[in-house]
Structures are given as C-alpha cells and as structure tokens.
Design a binder for this molecule. Sequence first.
Ligand code: NAD
Ligand code: MG
Length: 396
Amino acid sequence: MSLQQITVLGATGSIGLSTLDVVARHPDRYQVFALTGYSRLDELQALCLQHRPAFAVVADEASAKRLQGALVAAGSKTEVLFGEAALCEVAGHGEVDTVVAAIVGAAGLRPTLAAVEAGKKVLLANKEALVMSGALFMQAVHDSGAVLLPLDSEHNAIFQCLPGDYSRGLSQVGVRRILLTASGGPFLQTPLEQLATVTPEQACAHPNWSMGQKISVDSASMMNKGLELIEACWLFDAQPAQIQVVIHPQSVIHSMVDYVDGSVLAQLGNPDMRTPISHALAWPERIDSGVSPLDFFALARLDFEAPDEQRFPCLRLAREAAEQGGTAPTLLNAANEVAVSAFLQRRISFAQIPSIIDRVLSSEPATAATCLEDVFAADSRARTLAAQCVNQRGEA
Ligand code: NAD
Ligand code: MG
C-alpha cells in the first residue's frame, strides 16, 4: 500500500493533535506532508521534529524565521512558509492526498477551499468554513470531485448511520429525521439568572470533551449545535426541519438517523475525537484509533431531553439563519466569532453573546452569496457591527 500524504491545517490545536496521535499509530499508512500552526510555535517545532513534514506553515515572516532557525539547528529538513497563500499551497499541493481542515473559525475557509478545489480527500473539522459559505463550498466539492468527510463527531456519526447512496436524497433513502445529539454543555442545569455571570473558565470546562476555547464556549451557549445544524443541512442536503436536536448529556450516542420504517440507527462510542478522525482517515476501511472500547456495564444510563431555546437562544438564532439562507449563516458565524472572542477577553458577559448576534442579524440584511467575495463582504460587515456592539455593551 502506498503511503497517504497528509496535510494537517491547525496541527497545534485539539483536533490537529488528536489527528497526529492517530497518524503516529499507523506509519505504514500515513506520512505527514505539511503541518500548520498559528501561535504555538514551540509546539509546532516539536511536532515537526516528530513527524518530519516537508513543509510547516506559520502566521508571519518573523515566526517563520524563528521556527526555521530552530528546525535547522535541530537537523530538520522541514521548510517553513508563512501566510494564507502558503496555507492554500500546502492544502492544494499536488503531492497531498488528504487534508485535515482543523483551523478554527473563518480563517480556515480559504485553505479548506483550496483543498476542496484541488479535489483532495478533505476531513472537515472546521465547521465555520462550511457554515459561512455553504452553497459555494458544496458546489466546489461537486465541481472538483473532492471527497468530503465529516470529522465533527455528530456528522461523522450521521454519515456512518446513512446508507452509502444518501446523496440521492434523504427521503429517497427512507430517512425521516436526523437526530443531532448535544451534551447541553456545562450550563445545562445552571439556574438561568446565574448565566449572566458565568466566567470563561466555567464556560470552557466541558463535561465530556476536551476542546479548543472557541468551540468550548460555543458548546456552552449551544451555538455549536446551531452551527452543527447548518453544517448537517449542507453535508446531507437536509432541510432545517428534518433535523431534531436531542440533548443527551452523556455524549455516548454521537447522533442518530430515524427511518420511515421506525428504525433508528445510532453510532455510539466513548467521547474521544480519535474515533471520528480514524474513521474518516481510513474510510471505507477501519483502523485502530487508540480509543478504549465502550463499556456498557459501566454506563449507568443514557438520558435524553428536548433543548430549551430560552436557556440557549443561540440555537434559535442559528435555526432561523439556516431557514433564511443566503448570507444569514455567514453573518451569524461572524457575529458569534467576535462575541465569543470578546467574552473570552472578559469584555462582555456570557448572556451578551446571543444578544449581540441577534442585533447583528436584525440590522444587517441577508443576501444571496454568488461568489466568495459576497461571503467575505458579509463576514466583514457582521464583524464591524458586532465589534460596535461589544464596544457599546462592554462600556455599559
Ligand atoms: P484549537 O483552538 O484547539 O485549534 C485551532 C487551530 O487553528 C490551531 O492549530 C491554531 O494554531 C489554528 N489557528 C487559529 N487561528 C488561526 C488563524 N487565524 N490562521 C491560521 N491558523 C489558525 O481548536 P479545535 O478545538 O482543535 O477546533 C478546530 C476546529 O475543529 C474548529 O472549527 C472546531 O469547531 C472544530 N471541531 C473541534 C472539535 C474538538 O473536539 N476540539 C470537535 C468538533 C469540531
Ligand atoms: Mg460536534
């Protein structure tokens, strides 16, 4: 078997590190072609020495010089590049087979699209890229023949529970509903009046998953589930009404598909991202992920409840944006990125996240997005508006 060449965009993050853990277990299958990182240069340096990629990509020239110097001194042959154009280059490079898209937020869109346009096997963690540019992104997948596989645990579970020919249409293959499970995050039981004063540390303390800061806050607000609802609509060509969010605090069932004959198929496993990563890396084969087997006798119980949109207004905002279409999800995503970053910097309260997004969505009309420039224009208008809201509210 020839070695698959892999580029990991966002190698220093939570998904990037889990990917490299799996890759290191299978040196007979995978070789790292490029690793990219943004701020954690020392970590990236250690990863380069361990995985010996041909290329590493960092944010700017000064970081590139620093990392290149350190790598040369350590005897490494890795060439260090910098900037967005370099991210796109290592994503679409002729020698690459598989690209793991694990940059967080809108910054991942262009490099992920570069991989898609080059017809790569693209393992998508960077849900924001798909949410902000859904129609154009899926059109690019269609045009290039790229193989797009979801790493998000829920979407990976849904993919596993759907028949191979689901692209014929969900109703054609007998699907009644997609049941998108959600843990409910750390604030599922917190009294509503206390939500205004929760801290970034509390928001990032997810009960089941260890993740980057932004997605941890999104999980606490349930915007993560809202983004995932939009992500599922694009990946599986579903209408928002075909997707039911189900709170399942144990995160053992990673999502389900409900068929017209009454059968419900679920994918279960320990909450460890190495399972969906291994699934997508090896698909259609199966490989060892290092994840321990699910112990049914240790599982005390599996609970389910309906989501409360009063507690989690972000879920309602995302569903409305999904229904509205056009640039509405782009605006939602951009406003959320600004609000989450302001919350992490303690400039606004947790409860102000949905109100800022709501204000941006009600003051900025959604339009059709016919090209990437439309997407970035909407993204930038929403960021400006959201930043104004942060400044006003932060001072209030
Ligand atoms: P993280 O914060 O741990 O890592 C983010 C990575 O992106 C880092 O390598 C960082 O260097 C890079 N990065 C950040 N800003 C950048 C920029 N402006 N330009 C280039 N690179 C930049 O995040 P994560 O938890 O690994 O999440 C990554 C993506 O995967 C997110 O879109 C998230 O929603 C998705 N995801 C994560 C998990 C999880 O368990 N962590 C699960 C499902 C989906
Ligand atoms: Mg998820």
